[in-house]
Design a protein around this ligand. Structure first.
Ligand code: AOF
Ligand code: ZN
Length: 360
């Protein structure tokens, strides 16, 4: 019996890996539904904020789920997160038996599915290939092992005369390919990349690590929902959270939700501190703010930046209306300027990267 469980769990584990670039800080999860020794459906968690693996598989199985065995690499959730509880959907679909791999380290749901299954007479077994599954989800498991603090890096790419774009918005490209590749590597090491709506409209960036590792969650500040629905930041390469503050444009909101975007409505004035506290509840602690000048300026004004990574290219752009890396209110006196320490300078071809920590 155990060897049959291992056989199907192995398949579930293999398909869970399809989400390796796009689910973090959620776990990679795979699910197979088996009836009469035949797989009737497979599903995996494709993207942060999207359907859980069990829901993908149940949707594909339809009526065939009745009386079937459900194999899933992670204990099914029983809580409301960004999506409804999978345990309820499993009960409703008439699954006879649940076989899961690793227990969920997330305290919001850990072990809670057992009650739901007991009450509905669904048999359940846990721990199949537990070690292998925990191994591939090490980063996810680590989230719950330490108390984590928000860490914000402001990243900007500018000309030697300190411009990040022309007044027209054109900014392609100020820094070299070598410097931009370095940014892709940086992206693979953070939980989220934050930009304002103007960057989405002007640059239509992907904000991914371009194959250099996992993709962080894209975080868009767009109070009046001006981002076009077909913008690259809403594609399925990574999860996307959009913060807005409007009651209008309901159709646009549902179009974004249908694309798997996690939409968060804030009060009239979108406050970065509130945003960060919402993001920490979603296990997003390491944030790279990639601009533009307004968004980075607001983060400095609110005293929320811990580190800077400024790329400087040997180019002169000029123009008093060109855009600069840090806008916002700025400081009232030079004596109040944000001071940086632990400065490091790195050459990337002819470009330069200055990284430093904000002295608080
Ligand atoms: C996933 N994918 O396939 C399963 C998960 O905020 P939510 O609704 O996406 O919930 C995230 C939590 O749900 C996650 O930390 C884990 O506890 C549980 N199960 N999560 O992202 C899945 N099955
Ligand atoms: Zn779930």
């Amino acid at each position: 019996m155990n060897s049959i469980h291992k056989k199907y769990m192995k398949i579930a584990l293999q398909i869970s890996l399809k989400g390796r670039r796009s689910v973090y800080p959620n776990p990679m999860v795979g699910c197979v539904i088996v009836k009469n020794n035949t797989i009737v459906a497979k599903g995996w968690h494709e993207r942060f904020g999207g359907h859980h693996a069990e829901i993908e598989a149940l949707n594909k199985a339809g009526n065939k789920a009745r009386g079937a065995d459900l194999y899933v690499t992670l204990e099914p959730c029983a809580h409301w997160g960004k999506t409804p509880p999978c345990a309820d959907a499993i009960v409703k679909a008439g699954i006879a038996r649940v076989i899961y791999g690793m227990p969920d380290p997330n305290p919001a749901t850990s072990c809670q599915c057992h009650n739901a299954f007991k009450q509905s007479g669904i048999a359940y077994i846990g721990g199949i290939l537990k070690r292998d599954i925990e191994f591939v989800n090490k980063d996810y498991c680590d989230i719950f092992k330490k108390s984590r603090k928000m860490h914000v890096i402001a990243k900007s790419a500018m000309s030697l005369d300190g411009k990040i774009a022309l007044a027209s918005g054109d900014s392609r490209w100020i820094t070299s390919e070598k410097a931009r590749n370095y940014v892709h590597v940086m992206r693979a090491g953070v939980d989220g990349i934050m930009v304002g709506v103007n960057t989405v409209i002007m640059d239509n960036p992907n904000l991914t690590s371009h194959g250099k590792g996992r993709n962080p969650v894209r975080i868009i500040i767009d109070p009046r929902l001006r981002s076009p629905v077909n913008s690259n930041v809403f594609n399925s390469a990574a999860g996307t959270i959009l913060f807005h503050s409007t009651d209008k444009l309901k159709a646009k909101l549902s179009a974004l939700k249908n694309k798997g975007v996690v939409v968060v409505k804030m009060n009239k004035q979108i406050d970065l501190k509130n945003m960060f506290s919402i993001l920490s509840k979603m296990h997003i602690y390491n944030i790279l703010i990639e601009g533009g000048g307004k968004t980075i300026g607001r983060a400095f004004d609110a005293g929320l930046v811990n580190e800077v990574a400024f790329f400087i290219a040997p180019k002169i752009v000029g123009g008093c209306n060109s855009i600069t890396p840090v806008e916002g209110k700025g400081v009232a006196h030079i004596a109040d300027a944000v001071t940086l320490g632990s400065v490091s300078i790195k050459r990337l071809g002819n470009d330069m990267l200055i990284s430093a920590a904000v002295v608080k």
